[in-house]
Ligand binder design. Structure first.
Ligand code: Y39
Ligand code: FE
Ligand code: FE
Ligand code: FE
Length: 231
């Protein structure tokens, strides 16, 4: 605790080093929220019976994006959107391919489980070390991300038996991308006082809980959630 207090006192939100790292992390979050918005609209088309809910989620993602754009402006940082698009390109491509094939389960795993757990982990770790303006925004956002994760859990739990094999395949294709993305962002995250180990730990907790809520056994969860973590 005392360590955290000292660490926060040391953060200079106006330093060039902080702002340079923020230009990439802020862009990742803005791009992520934009893609999440688009993904929920596509999911609404794939799941007409949940259309209203999914459109509602897509609107939340749009508000999140606006909030994080304001966080960048507040620190006078220009987000590096090109970097962020490349950062998401692997998951983006896999989501598009699955959507084109009508693979709802894969789309839900990518957006509503993996990306939401990644967001929840990142926002939880960011909140204690954020500037005051960004902290208030992020606290509001993370509450809503839990509801997005919940949508995915409820749907996949209700369709667990017939979704299980596709979930296993989609996990194997997409989880290694998350570890790669975390490694890519670790240095910049460190500048923002967010440690990679804490991000990995929080992600594993969120993702493991989600898999458990859907119906996977502890044994399955161990195997699934660590897939691709070790080289
Ligand atoms: O559902 C959502 O709102 C998720 C799209 C947003 C993703 C945010 C991605 C956060 C990763 C940041 C990594 C910082 C260390
Ligand atoms: Fe969001
Ligand atoms: Fe979300
Ligand atoms: Fe350090």
């Amino acid at each position: 605790m005392q360590q955290l207090v000292e660490q926060i006192e040391k953060i200079d939100f106006q330093s060039e080093k902080y702002k340079d790292a923020y230009s990439r992390i802020n862009a990742i979050v803005i791009e992520g929220e934009q893609e999440a918005h688009d993904n929920y609209i596509q999911l609404a088309e794939l799941l007409p019976e949940s259309k209203e809910d999914l459109i509602r989620l897509s609107k939340m993602e749009n508000r999140h994006k606006k909030g994080f754009e304001a966080c960048g402006r507040n620190l006078q940082v220009t987000p590096d959107m090109q970097f962020a698009q490349e950062f998401f390109s692997g998951l983006h491509q896999n989501f598009q391919t699955a959507a084109a094939e009508g693979k709802v389960v894969t789309c839900l795993l990518i957006q509503a489980l993996i990306i939401e757990c990644f967001a929840i982990a990142a926002y939880n770790i960011y909140i204690p070390v954020a500037d005051d303006f960004a902290r208030k925004i992020t606290e509001g956002v993370v509450k809503e991300e839990y509801s997005h994760l919940n949508f995915g859990e409820v749907w996949l739990k209700a369709h667990f038996t017939e979704s299980k094999a596709e979930l296993e395949t989609a996990n194997r294709q997409n989880l290694p991308l998350v570890w790669k993305m975390l490694n890519q962002v670790a240095d910049d995250a460190h500048v923002l006082a967010m440690e990679k180990e804490a991000l990995v730990e929080d992600f594993m907790i969120q993702y493991g809980e989600a898999l458990s809520n859907i119906g996977f056994t502890t044994r399955d969860i161990m195997r699934l959630s660590a897939y691709g973590l070790m080289p």
